[in-house]
Design a protein around this ligand. Structure first.
Ligand SMILES: [Zn+2]
Length: 135
């Protein structure tokens, strides 16, 4: 009798009890069990992850000034500037643009990569708007 070990649980079985699958020869219980999901890295270029970090920082960290001009007791103009957001927003958007560029060359999970990179650009733009006091 020929015995072979299951490709998944490594238990030895008679070859006739094993099933040929894309995962190799597996036993009946492993054939029923869902395949162990492979840990897939986040489909985002490292520069995009840097963009996410930089684009998220201003949410917790801010250095803002607000100024207003008051003429005869009436507020004429007011402006608010968040310099952390203004500094990091464009950098995050740039990182997102680089990640988007990398995503266009990717062959796997292209749409997800493009979407994530676009999200990083969006995050950077949000920070620019926040920095200008518009969001
Ligand atoms: Zn098995």
């Amino acid at each position: 009798m020929t015995t072979t070990s299951c490709a998944q649980c490594n238990t030895t079985f008679a070859q006739k009890d094993l099933f040929a699958t894309p995962r190799g020869l597996v036993c009946a219980s492993c054939n029923d069990a869902p395949p162990i999901p492979k840990a897939t890295p986040l489909p985002l270029a490292p520069v995009g992850i840097v963009g996410v970090v930089l684009g998220s920082l201003p949410f917790g960290l801010s250095f803002s000034t607000s100024s207003s001009m008051t003429i005869n007791g009436v507020v004429e103009a007011s402006s608010r500037r968040d310099y952390v957001a203004l500094a990091l927003g464009p950098v995050a958007a740039l990182c997102g643009a680089l990640a988007l560029l990398a995503a266009t060359k990717a062959t796997d999970q292209k749409n997800l990569r493009l979407g994530l990179a676009a999200g990083v650009i969006g995050l950077g733009l949000v920070q620019i708007l926040r920095g200008l006091g518009l969001a």
